[in-house]
Ligand binder design. Structure first.
Ligand code: PRX
Length: 631
């Protein structure tokens, strides 16, 4: 009923979703289980902004995963878990088993004083308990905020403090390829500077020694030991927050994107079913981490709301060798496979040999997310993984959009290399010129905005609604601005051109240049820094940092090393600059603004068209920077 079945069906649904959006969304929302039906489908204005979906509706998202599905799906696999070590047995949790774990853990949370509206940080490896923790929070109305387990203790502490979380759920350690990461030790360090955390629940995973602070820290297995496996679902308003997820923007501080219960539920299931064309009995695998929005919407909520079997993988694509993804696909007979261009490019670099032992004949759909997929990687993925006959869905969306916005629907609408292609029904993207005027027609290019609300859109940035307004709704009046540039080609398909703001996308991870600069500037000898992105063969974009330092007789090499360490400590290894160039000055306009355009060109090793530099405050510095870059 929710699934579009043909190209004609898509065109019809799309038309209806634009001309009669309320009727369109009502029909989709009616397939869910509501404790009380909504009074109004949508109320919105993009000025403040103020957006409400399914107004006054009451529901619990976990009832829609469990109670709604159990009658038919109780014994069906909900989560298949594949461990980091190929030799470790995989685990399958049926819907019944997952439900029992969620309710038991929800009771354990309650026993530790967690109530509706409290914030709970989840800082965990890719184990089923991460999903259990998220769903247990949702069951009792606590607001989860998952922090990617690769973030440093200081990044974790900032997030705990920003949302004044009461609890951290974590593990002793984390297996990643050949590494074993001491996760709890990072939490301990973070908790030295947090102001609101009252308790910590620790899952035993790697069995390393950890210290548990009396009265504050508890083992997961102890807190669930005597907890009941029955837990009634808390009744939530459609617009009650479901979770907060921190993401980078153009300012130095990550912001807490808030998603709410009703709209997020409706849109994640709708988009999951339609983009991947999931059919009952299929095994679906998304390789993202639950610490990112892709993990939230398309490992946990979208698939489980659909009664799907979702595979969770603890490890990395290259351990024990570059055939691991392909081995897992054959082992579990994966039907839909969803990954990031950076993983594709990294695996492509190993050639075809790692693929040889595997058939990959279970695959029906392959997908891409997180950054633009270049044509070469698209063709390699389509030919060698999809064997030329799986639709490749290039899905464009963002933490703020909650769900996939522009993408082919597998096998239904055409896919075109490197093009996200067409909007999903209900989504109204437009391309605008610098003044915010819509550019219609084909073969046009500009900035990508959305002109009508959709159910899973960002509602606010936690604790600072004005920031939400400034970041997304102020650039162009009456529009949500995505921060991306886009082109509509001669066939009317959308191609995403990448960020047009000070955000870079490194291996599909979003990073604010200001955030990295702030971290670099924490080094005591750094005077000033400027960070830009540059094209990187595997990562999509790399991080290039220009740094002015007080050298104090230190060698450049040791300083560069220390600066890298500083960034790892403040944000995490994902933000470590790929290139650091020590400079004596930065090119600045007379008003003191750094000319990033010049720095970008040098980082790209293209100095052919630097433009007029004579108006700079310090034109000589440009030559010095070019020389320093070895150009
Ligand atoms: O620039 C776009 C890029 O990733 C940004 C969103 O990042 P994040 O919030 O971390 O979410 C990533 C996963 C949804 C976007 O503004 N992006 C995401 N998907 C694509 C993409 N760029 C091009 N093509 C895509 N398919």
């Amino acid at each position: 009923m929710l699934k579009v079945q043909s190209l004609g069906g898509y065109i019809h649904e799309y038309q209806k979703s634009v001309t009669q959006p309320e009727i369109f969304w009502d029909r989709i929302a009616e397939s869910f289980h509501w404790k009380k039906k909504w009074d109004k489908t949508v109320e919105w204005e993009f000025k403040t902004p103020d957006v409400k979906w399914f107004v006054n509706g009451k529901l619990n998202i976990t009832e829609n995963i469990f109670e709604r599905n159990l009658f038919t799906l109780g014994d069906a696999p909900a989560i298949i878990w594949e461990a980091n070590e190929p030799g470790e047995a995989s685990v399958t949790l049926t819907y019944n088993a997952l439900f029992e774990k969620v309710c038991t853990f929800a009771n354990a949370l309650k026993a530790k004083g967690i109530k509706k509206g409290d914030r709970v940080i989840i800082y965990m490896p890719m184990v089923p308990e991460a999903a259990v923790a998220m769903l247990a929070c949702a069951r009792i109305g606590a607001i989860h905020s998952v922090v990617f387990a690769g973030f440093s203790s200081s990044a974790l502490a900032d997030r705990c403090n920003d949302c004044q979380a009461k609890m951290v759920i974590t593990s002793d350690g984390n297996f990643r390829g050949t590494k074993s990461i001491p996760v709890k030790a990072v939490v301990d360090e973070a908790l030295e500077t947090t102001t609101s955390i009252e308790s910590v629940i620790v899952l035993e995973r790697t069995k390393i020694d950890v210290s548990l602070k009396e009265g504050r820290d508890f083992w997961w297995h102890d807190v669930v030991a005597n907890a009941s496996s029955e837990c009634p679902a808390e009744i939530m308003d459609s617009e009650d927050p479901l979770f907060i997820l921190y993401t980078s923007g153009s300012t130095g501080k990550p912001k807490g994107v808030v998603h709410t219960c009703g709209g997020y539920m409706v849109y994640t299931q709708y988009s999951f079913l339609n983009v991947f064309q999931y059919a009952p009995g299929d095994v679906y695998w998304c390789t993202a981490d639950v610490g990112w929005i892709t993990g939230h919407s398309y490992i946990v909520y979208g698939p489980l709301l659909s009664g799907a079997t979702t595979l969770m993988f603890e490890g990395v694509p290259t351990y024990p060798n570059a055939g691991r993804f392909w081995e897992v696909i054959d082992k579990h007979k994966v039907n839909q496979f969803y990954t990031a261009p950076t993983a594709i490019r990294a695996l492509q670099a190993f050639g075809l040999e790692p693929l040889e032992p595997y058939k990959l004949d279970s695959l029906k759909v392959i997908g891409s997310v997180g950054e633009p997929i270049n044509e070469e990687a698209w063709h390699w993925y389509h030919t060698h993984i999809g064997k030329g006959n799986c639709p490749l869905v290039d899905t464009w969306w963002q933490t703020e959009t909650g769900g996939i916005m522009v993408s082919a629907l597998a096998g239904i609408t055409p896919n075109k290399p490197a093009h996200a292609s067409l909007p999903l029904p209900g989504i109204q993207p437009i391309i605008v010129d610098p003044d915010g005027n819509e550019i219609t027609g084909n073969n046009v290019q500009g900035n990508l905005c959305i002109k009508y609300p959709w159910p899973s859109m960002i509602r606010t940035t936690y604790g600072d609604h004005d920031r939400c307004k400034q970041e997304y709704f102020s650039t162009y009046e009456g529009l949500y601005f995505t921060g991306d540039g886009a082109k509509r080609d001669h066939d009317g398909y959308i191609r995403i051109l990448g960020r047009v703001d000070d955000v870079i996308n490194v291996s599909g991870h979003r990073m604010g240049t200001a955030e990295v600069e702030n971290a670099i500037n924490e080094h005591p000898l750094v005077v000033e820094s400027a960070v830009v992105g540059y094209p990187h063969d595997i990562k999509g974009q790399g991080i290039y940092a220009y740094v002015i330092c007080d050298m104090e007789n230190r060698s450049e090499a040791s300083l560069v090393n220390e600066i890298r360490q500083t960034v790892t400590q403040i944000i995490g290894p994902i933000a470590k600059p790929d290139a650091i160039q020590i400079v004596s000055g930065l090119p600045k306009t007379r008003s003191g603004k750094i000319m990033r355009r010049i720095l970008r060109k040098v980082a790209e090793k293209d100095i052919s068209n630097l433009g007029d530099t004579s108006t700079l405050l310090n034109p000589d510095v440009v030559d010095e920077i070019i020389k320093g870059a070895g150009l």
